[in-house]
Design a protein around this ligand. Sequence first.
Ligand SMILES: Cc1ncc(C[n+]2csc(CCOP(=O)(O)OP(=O)(O)O)c2C)c(N)n1
Ligand SMILES: [Mg+2]
Length: 543
Amino acid sequence: MPTMTGGQALVQQLKREGIDTIFGLPGVQLDWAFDAIYEEREHFKVYHTRHEQACAYMADGYARSTGKIGLCMVVPGPGLLNTTGALSTAYACSSPVFVVTGQIESKNINKGRGLLHEINDQLGMISHVTKWQALALSPGEIPGLVHEAVRQLRTGRPRPVELEVPPDVFEAKADVTLLDREAYERPGPDPELIDRAAQALGKAKSPVIFSGGGVISGGAWAELQRLAETLEAPVIMSNNGKGALSDRHHLGFPMRAMAELAPDADAVLLVGTRFVQGIMAQIVQGWLTAEKTLIQMDVDETEIGRNYPSTIGIVSDAKKGLAALAQRVERYNTTRESRREELLDLKQYLEEDALRQQPQAAYGMAIRAEMPEDGVLVQESTQVGYWTSAGFPVYQPRTFFTAGYQGTLGYGFATALGAQVGLPDRKVVSINGDGGFFYNVQELSTMVQQRIPLTAVVFNDNAYGNVKRIQETRFAGHTIASDLHNPDMLKLAEAYGVEGRRAKTPAELQATLHEVLSRNEPVLIEVPVGPMPQMKFTPRSQA
Ligand SMILES: Cc1ncc(C[n+]2csc(CCOP(=O)(O)OP(=O)(O)O)c2C)c(N)n1
Ligand SMILES: [Mg+2]
């Protein structure tokens, strides 16, 4: 049994688990851990940031872009609290983020003495945005707890986990047993339920699949496509589920298509989705009668039937469940005529409807035109960002990120930095409003120092535009707390040492992207814009 410090035990076990990238911001409680990382500097790439929120956002972006574990390391108390907006977002988006946190000295925990960075019940506090959390009280415990954290991330629904280690435990030496990396079995479906679901889908005249973020995080897109093609069933993808089936495929649809496709559907399969977004609630409530079958497949059993009573609830990993269903359905499948013509027609209508939303659509399509098929777009809560949910074509899985149900303003830029770290050879574009971008503006420094070749676009209307428009239209022009004063963005970029560009029209944005995406450099593009109108989509039946 080798003797090592708690810091070394942490680092050696992380190494065994295959983790080699750390997003961290040091401090006195973590000194022994960072020194152990220093000893292993050949193995670990460390990205330090200017604020802990960015460590956690970057870990999330890295995890989502690669499917690997995104690890961040922060000091306790305020450091950990600074990560919580990001952790709530990773929690909402089922992203495998692993937070290693310091603590106060072990003998003083939860005594309320008021020591540096002390907060009461830190584990309890973080439990609300993590699926598992633990405190290590000796170096010998650390490998087992790291191993358990990884098991938590790799089994069931992936959501953030936290491990905290006091500084005296990081410093103490002990005999430590390291554990070997394991491959974890994902839970497969109950064959009887698969058989019932296969019968219902196979016999349905007009089956529809609604596919969520779980299909992306479960790596189940090939199985989804096989099932959809067997059934000739349109696949409607949630915002976080976009890319599971290419928008070029005649069966691939954005969420708005639910209004068009649900009324005629006699069996709907929900997979890896909570299925709660407003429009869905209305449609399904009217639709769900006795003759219809709603099948729900989710790796998280607490999701089954949470929002709608499902006729058949299947607890399963999406990849295994969809593979089993695709195979079994052949036995019952009726021959359906190709829906290609009709669905391509609907697709065209939805595309045209999306393109009517101007100027958002022109900016969105300018970006799509210059991004490669496998380029990654990180959305934000900004006018063009909202449009991308409805109209931005996505061609591959893991290439379109949102803040999920947290709608976290300001998550985008740092999340995109992490995605670019995960995919150094791919093009990553972050779109932001001036409001959201400044939540993490200081990370321009990280982008330069660590040479992260991200393209960040900032739509600048000098306002929390979304808020301001609502105040103007719904509150009789009572604008309050929604105007913004910004620095000159080109000078800002220059001050940080980032290449800064300004593009005043969609055409200029496209030309600028054309040029900068051909290089591998960090770039900030400011797009000065005026107020943009609220989008108004028209269902085809009302067109
Ligand atoms: C953490 C957080 N705080 C506040 C909000 C509320 N909010 C949503 S959009 C928005 C304004 C966004 O402004 P900007 O980023 O400039 O985008 P614009 O609408 O102007 O394009 C605000 C304050 C939020 N979604 N998340
Ligand atoms: Mg704005």
